[in-house]
Structures are given as C-alpha cells and as structure tokens.
Design a protein around this ligand. Structure first.
Ligand code: NAD
Length: 486
C-alpha cells in the first residue's frame, strides 16, 4: 500500500545484476520506512531488441517527466548496430547537468591504499567534448568541438558550492586545463572564482587537471569537493572509484533543474548475473542520495548508518572479500537481510552520517542575468585543405590573392602553431591550414560582405576552403586565441 505522503519515483530494474540489486535496494528502503510510490518502466536490452535504438520506449518518458525522480539499475548497451548510450540520452534530454559521485574509503573494513579518502566529484554533465560535434576536415585532420557555455559553468559551479554547504563540506577545488585552453577552461575557472566569492565560508582552490588528478591518485584525503568539466570529470571519477576498493560500492546522482537520476556507477556485471553474488551497495547508496533529494533525509540517514554497521561487522559480498577483514562472506540476499537487521543502529568505528533536508534539491540553475556583450567583427580565420607543405609558398600565394582587398593575411598556423610569417622549418605540417585575415587598415570594422568577397577570391584562385571561423571582439576583448608562437 502506498502511504499518503509518499513520493512518486520511476524505477527501472535494468539488465544483468540489475534486477537482483534493485530488489535488494528497494527491500531495504521499504524496511526503513521510505515513503515511495513506485512506477516501473522497462529500459535496456529488451527495449533495444524491440527496435528502439535509444533503449527506452516513448511512453517511459511520460513517467520520468511525471515523477521527476529516476532510480535506475545498470543496463546493457549493445555493441555496434547504431545503438545509442541510454545514459547519455537521458542526461542530455532531461538536462541532468550535474553528475555527483561521492568516493569514500571504508578502511579498515575494506582494503584500500587510501584509508582517509572522502571526496565528492561534481562533474559537468552536458557540455565540453561530449556535444558530439565532430567533423573530418581534410584527408589527414579530424576535429571535435569543445563547447563550454557561461550558463553551463554557472549552473555546475553553483551546484558544487551549494552541495558543499548543504553537506557540510569545507572546501571546493576546481580542476581545469586553463593554462592551455584559456577561453573554454578559462571561462570555467573564471566563473568558479566569481561564484566562489559568494561562499566565504568555503575554502577554494584551483588545480591544473594533470597535477590535480595525479595528486588525487596519491593523496585523495587532501580533497573534499571537486568541480570539473565533463571529460576530466569522467576520467577522474573512475580513478577515485577505483581507489575506494570496489566498483560495487559507489552510487551517483545526476541532477537537473527538473529531473534527477540515481544509479550505481558499475555496469551489469554479466559474469555474476543471477548468481546471488552481486554487491547491492552502489545502488543502495545511490538510493540513499535519492531519499535525501526527495526530502526523506531521516530514512537516508537510517539506511546509510545500518549499511556502515554491516560493513564494519565484516559482512561482505565476494567483491569485498579479504581473509582478515571478512567475518561472513555472504550473497546479495543475505547482505540485504543484514542491512535490514541493522536499521536503527549506528556504526561503531565509522563516523555516523546525518543527512539534512537536501538544499541541493532547491538549487535552481540560477544563471546570472546579464547584458549580452557587444560583438564586433574584426577578421576571419579561413581553414584550407592544402597539399603543398611549404608555409612560405602558401603565405605568399595568399598575400597575392588578398592584395588590394579590405582583409589582409595576418598569419598562418598548422595545428595551432604559427608557421607564417617567420615559421620554423622544424615544425611538422599537415594538410590543414588556418589562415587568419584581419582588417587591412588596423582598427577598421570588418563587414560580412568583405569576408564573402575574400572567400570568393580564394576559391577562384583554386584554394580548397573547408571552414571559416569569424573573429569577433566582445566588449572590445578578442574572442579568439592567438597562434602558438604568435
Ligand atoms: P561492470 O561494471 O558491469 O563489471 C566490471 C567488473 O566489476 C566485473 O568483474 C563485475 O563482475 C564487477 N562488478 C560490477 N558491479 C559489481 C557488483 N555490484 N558487485 C560485485 N561485482 C561487481 O563493467 P563491464 O563489464 O565493463 O560492463 C558490462 C555491461 O554493463 C556493458 O554492457 C556495459 O555497457 C554496461 N554498463 C552499464 C552502465 C550503466 O547502465 N550505468 C555503466 C557501465 C557499464
């Protein structure tokens, strides 16, 4: 029977070990008094086989949009055959911009090299190289567009600070590569500094991703909350999950303004499916995050503490087995019963957890309203597919074509390195050239018609124009990077 004050959630049992760990997680939640009104949907292998290449049927979206909370077991993504990853589809379609992954060590009860690790990765989930906008540009060169937006940065960074405050975390670290990607990662870092200033109670620092990630791998205990763009977060969160001891232990939340999705970080574990061997902890801890999110923090607290007590009591599934630490090696069902038997108890060695009403649920995208910057066209980068690898000859040829026009050749780069004028003979050149043209009269405004006239002259002269990128100033600031070596 469904309690009057229950919250509707959508549940998918998934594939492989999905059904057994979902049953386990829901049993514990029900025993702990979670007030849930469950709507089941089918996703994954069977749905793909019925011809839905996205792995989800249209009617399942209705449930997700109605309940706005999705508790999801892992699913199989069939290889090849044009099948799309359902996870990516759900994240993007429902605007789940924040991927939140707590990574905690459970030493001395679970073997790990990093006994004091207790950090949370807040990964941006929608932007960056995952826009999937890729092009082959020439015979030799392929590109992928990295898109970072100001609203996207503001949403994820604010979420990270609100999460830190709501969960009594002391510090937020930002990881980017803005020494190289000064515009895209630079924006992420800038927004981190701007929004961070509104949270004087929280410590903050910024790390270049390579040394930051190396430091997490060697000293994870020095970090607390880490906020980072999509690709870095993807890699970093798997590194930290691995450090914790077992892939079966971690849960994650995908948060959007309208809908949130909660799942284990691991997959369907086909090697142990249906054998009563799976560790349901990852999904259960994702469920705990869900309970806090839907306003049942007392139930979340009760389950999490009972689970910690179970681990402390040496009741372990096979993935956690250690001859010295494991007292009872159990299957999925017995582990579930052990957690249920400990509801209402606190851990002895681990610090008990206490969830509060999840303020994060109320964090809205809160994008800062601002006047759009004034945009002024100052030049154009014309990309050429050009077989002759002599930059000097190309530069002189282009100068001849553009001579007398309103746009003059400013430089040529190859894979971002300036090769004309005054390039180095040692620089390796591909068939992909960026040729930058700026106003012939310095400071003069450029018109679109002038760009089109230049392109027509280049094409008439036999150059293979493959792409243009307009060069704008925004409020007088260049909106384009310099060539390497310029
Ligand atoms: P996996 O996470 O399923 O398994 C990796 C290893 O970890 C296996 O040895 C498995 O037995 C073990 N393992 C995983 N979860 C466990 C648990 N709860 N308890 C005990 N041991 C556990 O990764 P994989 O083998 O690379 O992928 C298998 C399938 O899962 C693939 O079809 C993949 O597409 C899918 N997958 C789905 C999701 C998702 O739905 N979120 C995520 C990752 C992978």
């Amino acid at each position: 029977m469904v309690a009057a004050n229950s919250t509707a959630i959508t549940v998918a049992y998934g594939d492989g070990i999905g059904p057994e760990i979902m049953r386990a997680a829901l049993q514990v939640m029900q025993a702990a008094g979670a007030r849930l009104d469950i709507e089941e949907i089918e996703i994954g292998e069977q749905v793909y086989k019925r011809g839905f290449t996205s792995g989800i049927e249209p009617k399942a979206w209705d449930s997700l949009r109605r309940t706005k909370v999705f508790f999801k077991a892992p699913i199989t993504t069939p290889q090849g055959g044009g099948y799309k990853s359902l996870n990516v589809t759900i994240r993007k379609t429902l605007g789940l911009y924040a991927n939140v992954r707590p990574c905690v060590s459970y030493a001395p009860f679970v073997e790990t090299h990093h006994p004091k690790m207790d950090l949370v990765i807040v990964r941006e989930n929608e932007e960056d190289l995952y826009a999937g906008i890729e092009h082959r540009q020439s015979d030799e060169v392929f590109q992928c567009l990295k898109l970072i937006s100001r609203p996207g940065c503001e949403k994820i960074v604010r979420y990270a600070f609100e999460y830190a405050r709501a969960n009594k975390r002391r510090k937020v670290s930002c990881f980017t590569k803005d020494n190289i990607m000064k515009m895209t990662d630079g924006l992420f870092h800038k927004v981190f500094d701007e929004i961070g200033a509104e949270y004087p109670d929280i410590e903050k620092d910024h790390w270049i991703i390579d040394i930051g990630m190396a430091r997490v791998a060697t000293h994870p205990e020095r970090f607390d909350v880490i906020v980072t763009p999509n690709l870095y977060g993807d890699i970093l969160s798997d590194v930290t999950a691995e450090l914790a001891g077992s892939v079966g232990l971690a849960g994650s939340a995908n948060i959007g303004d309208h809908v949130a999705m909660f799942e284990a970080i691991h997959g369907t574990a086909p090697d142990i499916a249906g054998k009563n061997l799976a560790n349901p902890s990852g999904l259960l801890l994702a469920g705990v995050m869900m309970l806090a999110h839907i306003g049942q923090p007392e139930v979340a607290t009760n389950i999490h503490n009972a689970w910690l007590r179970t681990i402390e009591d040496g009741i372990h599934t096979r993935d956690l087995y250690n001859a010295e630490l494991t007292r009872h090696l159990v299957g999925t069902d017995a582990f579930t019963e052990a957690v249920i038997a400990r509801l209402g108890q606190l851990p002895n060695t681990f610090k008990p957890v206490a969830y509060v009403e999840a303020a994060t649920q109320k964090v809205k995208a809160s994008v800062v309203a601002r006047e759009p910057a004034k945009r002024e066209l100052v030049g154009v980068d014309v990309f050429l597919d050009h077989e002759n690898r002599d930059p000097q000859a190309l530069g002189e040829g282009l100068r001849q074509v553009s001579d007398g026009g309103s746009l003059a050749l400013n430089m040529i780069t190859n894979r971002g390195v300036k090769v004309y004028p005054n390039g180095f003979p040692e620089t390796f050149c591909t068939d992909h050239w960026r040729c930058r043209f700026m106003a012939a009269e310095p400071g003069e405004r450029v018109k679109h018609s002038q760009v089109l006239a230049l392109l027509a002259r280049l094409i008439d002269a036999g150059y293979e124009v493959i792409k243009t990128e307009y060069l704008f100033k925004f409020d007088g600031e260049p909106g384009y990077s310099l060539g390497q070596g310029q």
